[in-house]
Design a protein around this ligand. Structure first.
Ligand code: ZN
Length: 179
């Protein structure tokens, strides 16, 4: 097992994820949340110099992804609840994996999509046709009679396949990590 430490948060893909979930200030706030103990949101707000309400709403977004957890207690002087937060490093990892899986799904859908299967293009109007459609029209465009030329989509297909296999490798490596 490769150990996950706080350095994990500095990975480019994790930073992107944190911004995706928590917005532009998300990463800044999360970097101050410890994983070993709970810290009050008032201290966090002071540390990052962002208004308490804003800090809480951002932490809630992370909470929805189980990246942080909280406890609350009633402040008797002020008569309101104070939330304290703790970072769940392992869940940052699992959210990252989930995110990469979603990226793979998008890429695979793209591979199956019409766009990559339309193999012929009209040189006149630019309309795409499948092989069968082109054959039925004797390889000329039904709108303007221009010749239909084959479009080589293999380069694009190979690029997407490489992206998928790279993401799969990243997921495999991530699965071997734990805090
Ligand atoms: Zn045409």
């Amino acid at each position: 097992m490769v150990k996950i430490t706080r350095n994990f948060l500095k990975r480019v893909d994790v930073q992107e994820l944190l911004e995706l979930v928590g917005g532009p200030n998300g990463e800044k706030i999360l970097m101050k949340v410890p994983s070993t103990k709970f810290v009050s949101e008032f201290s966090l707000a002071d540390l990052v110099n962002i208004h308490i309400n804003k800090v809480r709403s951002i932490l809630y977004k992370f909470y929805e992804h189980k990246i942080v957890e909280f406890t609350k207690h009633k402040d008797l002087d002020r008569g309101l609840y104070i939330y304290s937060w703790r970072l769940l490093l392992d869940n940052v990892k699992s959210t990252l994996i989930k995110n990469k899986k979603a990226e793979i799904k998008i890429l695979q859908d793209k591979l199956l999509s019409e766009g990559l299967q339309n193999h012929f293009k009209c040189h006149g109007c630019g309309t795409f046709y499948t092989y069968d459609q082109s054959l039925n029209n004797n390889f000329s465009c039904p709108y303007d009679d221009s010749p239909l030329k084959m479009v080589d989509r293999q380069r694009e297909v190979r690029k997407i396949r490489r992206q998928v296999s790279s993401l799969e490798k990243q997921i495999m490596i991530l699965r071997k990590m734990a805090s």
